[in-house]
Design a protein around this ligand. Structure first.
Ligand code: ZN
Length: 495
């Protein structure tokens, strides 16, 4: 089996293979850096990360390009309201986005490119479109794409634009279908507005031309896949297709992947409903990055995810169960030999996890498989039937799972500490919950330091020096480290 992926362009599930050699060339729309990212944004970025990880797990190389939109209507408005340059304004949110990606264990694409570094290329692109008569210049010096010249307009979003008035224009970056008119490629500067001097005159690019220019520059005229949130299908992606294909006469992206929006507690996320959360809000409320990533990854990307606080608590429990199982495998003394039945089951589960991801990245099915294995293997371990040679196989299955989900490595404390420090520096200390501080506490001790204290604790117990061993246990508890005495020795974990 190979990866079967839903392609928005064809409206069907299709087998996905790169067009050339073993490298998947793909582009995913990145953030518009005018504010901190919210969890709806991060659902899409996690979905793209799952695709990326699975492609690599399947033996492909990736050439993954993500843009940073650091100029658009909102950025210009916000920066000018604050009396800042757009560069100073976006710098902070660009860095915040990159930090948030790390918090959520989202892998870095091979290339992250900024719109404002490609202004001349965009001007060239627009000039080429004008030369082909699919773009035109207005008196003020703006440029628009003439959609009447691109009869396939609507083929991605499957919207019918028959009967639209030729020459009617829209100049905002975001709009709905009713506003589908000739759209702005280049906006001449308004009074006092920041602009670039280019070969097509002064101005700034529209949002859509950025992604066409940068994706084709780094991936070629035709590339394998283009991804983004479902809200981008129209107008953003429809316009990218129109600009690019009118320019080259070739197919732009072969596959289009769109992640569905999430609900929060059953409702559309919005500031007015008070259910609007940035990643940082959730961390400050006491939720671990691993729980948030687990929840975002657990529902297949084309299904609606209802993001709830109950769901986050359950996610934390699930992550805990996986980590405990791994710790048990690594720290228990197992009888010699190999349980053939468990060995067979492990192999079957590994195949099932691949089949699940081949099934349009069905992460829920993958989770079902790994938890079946954990349950059965724990049962066998309890009955003394898990043997030494089963351990590497089980760790292999966990590794395969975690190559996609990436939640088992316990680095939550250090990440949470970073968010706490950010909140303190930004004057948001009142937003930091007790639970958050509790998680961050153990970041003060490295794994090696904990190991050393745990060894001293064990030594003291062996010498029946309980005063010392209790003192160390209490000290560790203060630092957010939990100890568990088992028949095979002491295990520890972070709170
Ligand atoms: Zn884009």
């Amino acid at each position: 089996m190979a990866l079967q992926l839903f392609n928005t362009l064809s409206g069907k599930i299709e087998e996905f293979q790169p067009a050339e050699d073993n490298t998947v060339r793909f582009y995913a729309c990145g953030p518009t850096v005018y504010d901190y990212g919210h969890i709806g944004n991060f659902r899409t970025f996690v979905a793209v990360d799952l695709l990326r990880r699975y492609l690599r797990q399947s033996g492909f190389k990736t050439r993954h390009v993500m843009n940073i939109t650091d100029v658009d209507d909102k950025i210009i408005r916000n920066a000018s309201q604050r009396g800042m340059s757009i560069f100073d304004y976006t710098k902070k949110y660009t860095q915040a986005f990159l930090d948030d990606m790390q918090t959520l264990a989202i892998e870095q694409p091979e290339m992250i490119v900024k719109a404002t570094d490609h202004i001349d290329e965009m001007a060239q692109f627009i000039e080429d479109l004008a030369a082909k008569d699919v773009a035109y210049r207005t008196e003020e010096g703006s440029y628009y794409f003439r959609i009447a010249k691109f009869p396939q307009y609507g083929k991605l979003s499957k919207k019918d634009f028959a009967g639209m008035t030729d020459g009617a224009r829209v100049d905002v970056d975001e709009y709905d279908k009713d506003n589908a008119r000739d759209f702005a490629l280049w906006k001449a500067p308004k009074e006092g507005e920041f602009s670039w001097e280019t070969k097509i005159g002064a101005g700034r690019p529209g949002w859509h031309i950025e992604c066409s220019t940068m994706s084709m520059k780094y991936l070629g005229e035709t590339f394998d896949l283009h991804a983004g949130g479902e809200d981008l299908i129209f107008p953003h992606h429809e316009n990218e297709v129109a600009q690019s294909e009118a320019h080259t006469g070739k197919t732009f992206a072969r596959f289009w992947m769109h992640a569905r929006f999430l609900l929060v507690e059953g409702q559309k996320m919005s500031k007015s409903l008070g259910n609007f959360y940035t990643l940082r809000d959730l961390v400050l409320m006491g939720h671990k990055p691993s729980s948030i990533r687990f929840l975002l990854a657990s529902v297949p990307y084309r299904k609606q995810l209802n993001f709830t606080f109950d769901g986050l608590t359950q996610a934390a429990t699930s992550v805990e169960r996986l980590r405990n199982f791994k710790l048990r495998l690594e720290t228990s003394a197992w009888p010699e030999g190999k349980n053939a039945q468990l060995s067979q089951l492990t192999a079957t589960i590994r195949e099932e996890m691949r089949a699940a991801m081949d099934d349009d990245l069905n992460t829920a099915r993958m989770l079902g498989a790994i938890f079946d294995l954990v349950r059965d293997a724990n049962g066998m371990a309890d009955g003394g039937n898990l043997q030494k040679e089963n351990v590497p196989e089980l760790l292999g299955a966990l590794g395969q799972f975690d190559g996609i989900f990436d939640v088992m490595n316990d680095n939550d404390a250090a990440k949470v500490k970073t968010v706490v420090e950010w909140a303190q520096a930004e004057g948001k200390a009142d937003k930091i919950s007790e639970a958050t501080l509790d998680i961050a506490k153990s970041a003060a001790l490295s794994d090696a330091q904990v190991e050393e204290l745990v060894a001293k604790h064990s030594e003291a117990r062996k010498n029946r020096d309980f005063k010392t061993s209790d003192a160390i246990r209490n000290q560790l508890a203060e630092e957010g480290i939990l100890l568990e005495n088992t028949k095979d020795g002491v295990r520890w974990k972070r709170k």
